[in-house]
Write a protein that binds this ligand. Structure first.
Ligand SMILES: C[S@@+](CC[C@H](N)C(=O)[O-])C[C@H]1O[C@@H](n2cnc3c(N)ncnc32)[C@H](O)[C@@H]1O
Length: 282
């Protein structure tokens, strides 16, 4: 494990955080009233959020399974990994490839504290504090240097995190730093909340960032341009429910009763969804 001291960063309790609110939608318990109130105020306008979170997490399983079982990937950097839940990246990867190594990165001190507890004895897995906007600092971290061999293919995952980068954060630079210097045969995993209608997307951005969570909903086309020169793994970048759906994959934990009324909202509200997929560096 890292010797760094993630607990030294103060956790915000007066504003919601993405990790805690998202974790609640996945059935997690590590959240506070401020996170729950924020979500309950968001869902009447954007009821899709619960389905979207869960569809993204289900995609994570299928993507990591594909990368280890079918593509031979043995090392992962998971940017903005979120709170530990069932089937975290190292658990999925090591189920299909016991020698897989994973570095988790997150900016949220609660994620770091829980991740540290979960991974305490795992010499093949590390959780490090990091702001994905500072890719250089992440790449220079001793645990990244210890666990990741950049002469071999690596998968770098940005799952449900790119909407936390505004255009001022230079999302293309953030997404491309590792993959552009990685070995051929490396993969980029990518997903973010998109809106087909930019006006509705802007309303969502205003609501969520106004609540204290940095956020920019994009259109699918805005995401496509970041990765146009990489090889899409079939079926390409799509609504994640259409990315190799597998009804037999392990189910997620049930949601809290307050969120149950919102389950299934994406069946009727189709214009906002999680868009993404896997891309291979030729
Ligand atoms: C919606 S969760 C996604 C978690 C996980 N990647 C998944 O797909 O299940 C977004 C995560 O990104 C983290 N995050 C947001 N901005 C970040 C930043 N600038 N650097 C690193 N992590 C960030 C949040 O703390 C949160 O844990």
């Amino acid at each position: 494990m890292s010797d760094s001291q993630p607990d030294a960063i103060p956790a915000p309790f007066d504003v919601p955080t993405s990790a805690r609110a998202y974790g609640w939608m996945l059935g997690g318990k590590d959240n506070y009233e401020v996170d729950r109130n924020f979500l309950l105020a968001t869902l009447p306008s954007f009821p899709e959020c619960v389905d979207i979170a869960r569809q993204n997490r289900s995609f994570l399983y299928r993507a990591v399974r594909h990368l280890t079982r079918d593509a031979g990937i043995r090392q992962f950097i998971d940017m903005g990994c979120g709170l530990p839940t069932d089937d975290n990246v190292h658990q999925v990867a090591q189920r299909f490839a016991p020698d897989a190594r994973v570095v988790y990165v997150d900016i949220d001190p609660i994620v770091l504290a829980h991740g540290k507890a979960l991974l305490a004895d795992d010499s093949t897995t590390a959780v490090i504090p990091g702001d994905m906007r500072d890719q250089r600092e992440i790449l220079d971290h001793p645990d990244v240097r210890r666990l990741i061999d950049f002469d071999e293919p690596v998968a770098v995952l940005f799952l449900s995190v790119v909407h936390h980068l505004t255009d001022a954060d230079e999302p293309r630079r953030v997404l491309r730093t590792v993959i552009d210097q990685a070995a051929p045969g490396s993969y980029l995993g990518l997903s973010q909340v998109v809106a087909d209608d930019p006006v509705r997307g802007a309303a969502m951005s205003e609501h969520i960032s106004g609540g204290g969570v940095p956020w920019q909903t994009r259109t699918p086309a805005e995401l496509d341009v970041f990765v146009a020169d990489l090889e899409p793994v079939e079926p390409g970048l799509v609504n994640l429910v259409d990315w190799r759906p597998d009804p037999d994959q392990p189910p997620l934990a049930p949601v809290h009763e307050d969120l149950v009324p919102y389950l299934g909202a994406t069946k009727t509200n189709r214009g906002i969804y999680e868009y993404g997929g896997l891309l291979r560096k030729p």
